[in-house]
Design a protein around this ligand. Structure first.
Ligand SMILES: Nc1ncnc2c1ncn2[C@@H]1O[C@H](COP(=O)(O)OP(=O)(O)O)[C@@H](O)[C@H]1O
Ligand SMILES: [Mg+2]
Length: 277
């Protein structure tokens, strides 16, 4: 059987015990925070998984570990069956292209002095996808249109855009390298309800059109209920429940899942009528 596209095995991340505190006795330094605690998950090509949990439970840290942006304290992330730490240069490049993230705060991840067009073109230039300026411009305009933005936004700066438009720019940038898996960290946070729905349907549409796998991270269960087939529920750095989304939401087995569902009953019954009955 083919290995999963991306897999976490017994992943741990402990924050704390910072270098400048090393002069203190171990007890005074404390044990730090175990943000991710023996977390395992696997994503096959084209699969969509929701990772849900209360704020602070370790979702964004998990995303950064999966992308290799943070080194795990223990455990490993595997891409196509190979640990990230063992990838050679060519494999690492393939990984960087295949797995992309839309960050929680698109404003913080966009350079305020750089035009929207050049932000989206950056990964294309880095990976030598479209070698000439004209090719890059054409590809960026195509990407802008595929996320529902007008081509004339090319020369605008991030602060000239609305929150929803910036979120679309983040998605266009992540799609630029035609990845196999998109990790979306809180894709709807801070957006108006109607714009939330637009961003979610854009993700669903792109995933269907491109056969793109999705890992959607959210504390908002209603947001992921349309998008994902499977759900993993996180609490204190661990996955406490996992399964087909409709089944888990209709009959939660873990109190944490039940509490998350109870926190937003109105939205959920609107999106999952079968779960509410
Ligand atoms: N760079 C960091 N240094 C120290 N602690 C951190 C860092 N990043 C996250 N944490 C801590 O790790 C825990 C999980 O954070 P995070 O992964 O951002 O949670 P979530 O995305 O689920 O809200 C929190 O207690 C947070 O304070
Ligand atoms: Mg987060």
């Amino acid at each position: 059987m083919a290995p999963p596209l991306l897999e976490a095995r017994e992943l741990c991340k402990r924050f704390g015990a910072r270098r400048r505190l090393l002069a203190l006795p171990a007890r005074a330094r404390g044990a730090g925070v175990l943000a991710v605690d023996h977390l395992s998950l696997a994503l096959s090509p084209g699969e969509s998984l929701a990772l849900v949990g209360e704020s602070g439970c370790g979702k964004s840290t998990t995303a950064r570990l999966l992308l290799g942006l943070l080194a795990p304290s223990a455990g490993a992330v595997r891409f196509d069956g190979r640990p990230l730490s063992a990838l050679d240069r060519a494999e690492r490049l393939a990984f960087r292209r295949s797995v992309q993230i839309v960050f929680q705060d698109p404003y913080a991840s966009l350079n305020p002095r750089r035009s929207i067009g050049s932000a989206i073109a950056e990964p294309l230039a880095l990976h030598g996808i479209c070698p000439t300026r004209a090719q890059r411009r054409a590809r960026v305009e195509e990407l802008l249109s595929s996320v529902g933005l007008a081509a004339d936004l090319y020369d605008r700066l991030p602060d000239e855009l609305s929150g929803g438009q910036r979120r679309r720019v983040g998605i266009a940038r992540a799609l630029a390298l035609s990845p196999q898996l998109l990790i979306a960290d809180e894709p709807t946070v801070g957006l108006d309800l109607s714009v939330q729905a637009q961003v979610l349907s854009l993700l669903a549409q792109q995933s269907a059109q491109r056969g793109l796998g999705l890992l959607v991270i959210s504390h908002d269960l209603a947001a992921v209920s349309h998008l994902c087939e499977r759900v993993a529920v996180m609490e204190h750095g661990r996955i406490v429940e996992e399964g087909p989304l409709a089944q888990v939401f209709a009959a939660p087995r873990h109190p944490c899942t039940a509490a998350l569902l109870a926190a937003d009953p109105a939205q959920l019954s609107a999106t999952l009528p079968e779960a509410a009955s």
